[in-house]
Design a protein around this ligand. Structure first.
Ligand SMILES: Nc1nc2c(ncn2[C@@H]2O[C@H](COP(=O)(O)OP(=O)(O)OP(=O)(O)O)[C@@H](O)[C@H]2O)c(=O)[nH]1
Ligand SMILES: [Mg+2]
Length: 545
């Protein structure tokens, strides 16, 4: 005999951005919340399961906007009849006035988050009770980050017996508004300078820590390697080429470990802290007027910043950007967000050349050219004064929890070990075999004139090409014979060209998936033309800069 399975009820969680929808969904279902204090962190619907309900967590609704994420949330709202409306206690009048018309006549309940920020809570509670009586819909106040067991039970029970939102009901205003306190970042004069400093801090700290760590461990590794190289030199020629040749695993691997690992780890820690504390959001607001003339809104800038960790999630998160600036934002990430691998490899090359100070002109030139590139490619509308920030409420600054920072860091580190390392090893093996076969010498001869455009020797071509597959491929520049013949300006030009000529393969594929193959190809052509022009300026005019 077969039993028909009871059909699962689908309830859609909707609300404005950063109101605690994901935190609530996670708390209701016992999953660990992937909460970041950034507006527009959820970029696609996610499904959570309780015993009786399927909860769909939607991206935050951003009124009067054309973001892909808002369209996704509104589509869910249209398709389903059971709604869990999330409103922020601190901005409850605005949230209800804007959202109640969207849910009228659907079955639902209202969860009021950020209740921990309200005082006195008992007077506020009376307002909720009045609304409950007037509308017939339940209003449940919570701190979504720390849902108490009885609150969880209350919400789950309320989901069993939902009542319809009355048509045309308007809640009598509660009359309170609790705004997050302003910080120095909101100072009209030097707020933006502080924001620029904080924006640069992760890069500066990464450079400093990576240099210090490398200074300590590099000599130890080199000593260990000398005896290993002696042993490996006895192996058959092809194997020896793969292991200890110019581009061999043992030759290149330590550079990756010494330079990339500390940089990747540190960037992840910084980004995790900035995101979880809400600092990223404050930086956005402070920097919006600085970057708007270049076609990037503060909201886009956050995504560009996230690209410093890895470009791929940053590109996906542009779904929460306005349609008018989304493509510019993707372009800026692909061109100018030196991901932690790119920066780590760059530091490795500069250090192998005994010129660690080159990182200053490198980052300066990269920033300058990214701004010029964005200015040239952004549509006029994105640069206009009407390109407003699209942030409705300032986020609360929180002391970041170690668990939130660690989640961010762990994700990046596991990507490094499962994704980045194998591809990097693949690149070194590929380059070693080509070198052993003599193909590199032939190839280098044929693209000699091209490299000549940038005043670079033919050997530089391989690093430039392989960096387009993965950014840490530009570590091949650190090959001693290549470095021996390069001037500091040539090293700078080569590393810059390899870094910006094309986005790495995975980023390019992600852009194609998010937009279209045609758009991705167009973006790569534009980027390559700009990179070639900027590299030529650097190569031939660099000594004046
Ligand atoms: N103080 C306080 N913070 C909260 C509460 N609910 C969520 N937060 C914090 O607010 C931030 C945003 O929470 P999320 O759960 O990501 O909000 P969301 O509505 O899913 O955001 P989007 O998906 O970006 O629209 C996180 O840093 C949470 O820790 C709450 O009730 N009180
Ligand atoms: Mg969310």
């Amino acid at each position: 005999m077969t039993h028909a399975l009871p059909t699962q009820r689908i309830t859609v969680i909707v609300g404005k951005e950063s109101t605690g929808k994901s935190a609530l969904a996670a708390a209701l279902t016992g999953r660990s919340p992937v909460s970041t204090n950034i507006q527009g962190s959820t970029i696609a619907c996610e499904t959570y399961q309780t015993r009786d309900d399927t909860l769909i967590d939607t991206p935050g609704i951003l009124l009067r906007s054309d973001t892909a994420t808002t369209r996704t949330a509104l589509a869910q709202l249209q398709c389903h009849n059971r709604i869990l409306l999330v409103v922020k206690a601190t901005h409850i009048d605005d949230d209800l006035a804007d959202l109640l018309p969207l849910v009228a006549e659907k079955q639902g309940l209202v969860v009021v988050t950020f209740w921990d920020k309200i005082s006195p809570a008992d007077r506020a509670q009376q307002v909720l009770e009045r609304w409950e009586q007037a509308s017939g819909v339940k209003f449940l106040p919570v701190d979504a980050r720390q849902l108490r067991p009885e609150q969880r039970q209350q919400i789950l029970a309320a989901l069993q017996t939902l009542n319809p939102f009355p048509p045309q009901w308007q809640a009598m205003p509660a009359g309170w508004q609790f705004k997050p306190a302003p910080t120095w970042l909101e100072h009209p004069c030097w707020g933006r300078w502080l924001a620029i400093l904080l924006l640069l801090l992760p890069a500066v700290a990464a450079v400093w820590v990576a240099n210090s760590v490398a200074g300590l461990i590099e000599p130890l590794i080199q000593t260990g390697l000398t005896s290993l190289v002696n042993v490996l030199s006895q192996t058959p020629p092809l194997l020896a080429a793969i292991l200890i040749g110019r581009y061999g695993l043992v030759t290149m691997g330590p550079l990756l470990l010494v330079w990339a690992v500390p940089t990747v780890l540190l960037y992840a820690l910084f980004l995790g802290t900035y995101k979880a504390s809400g600092l990223v959001e404050r930086l956005t607001v402070a920097l919006h007027p600085v970057f708007r003339p270049f076609g990037l809104s503060g909201r886009d800038l956050v995504r560009v910043m996230m690209g410093f960790g890895c470009n791929v999630p940053a590109v996906i998160s542009t779904r929460a950007c306005s349609r008018c600036s989304r493509q510019t934002c993707m372009g800026a990430i692909a061109f100018g967000s030196a991901c932690s691998y790119q920066l780590g490899a760059t530091l490795g090359v500069f250090s192998a050349a005994h010129l660690p100070g080159l990182v200053v002109p490198y980052l300066g030139y990269l920033t300058l050219t990214t701004l010029i590139y964005t200015r040239l490619t952004a549509p006029k509308a994105a640069r206009s004064l009407h390109n407003t920030l699209m942030i409705e409420q300032r986020t609360f600054l929180e002391l970041p929890r170690w668990s939130a920072i660690w989640r961010e860091t762990q994700g990046n580190l596991s990507q490094f070990f499962t994704n980045a390392l194998p591809i990097f090893f693949g690149i070194t093996i590929f380059a070693s075999v080509l070198d052993w076969l003599g193909v590199i010498t032939v190839l280098a001869g044929s693209i000699h004139p091209l490299m000549g455009l940038f005043n670079l020797p033919p050997d530089a071509a391989l690093a430039v090409i392989l960096a387009s597959i993965r950014k840490d491929g530009l570590l091949l520049f650190a090959e001693p014979d290549t470095l021996a013949v390069l001037t500091p300006l040539q090293i700078l030009t080569g590393v810059y060209l390899a870094g910006v000529l094309l986005p790495c393969l995975v980023t390019a594929l992600t852009i194609a998936r998010e937009q279209s193959v045609r758009f991705a190809v167009g973006l790569m052509v534009r980027q390559a033309i700009a990179a070639i022009a900027f590299s030529m300026v650097l190569a031939w005019g660099g000594h004046w800069l």
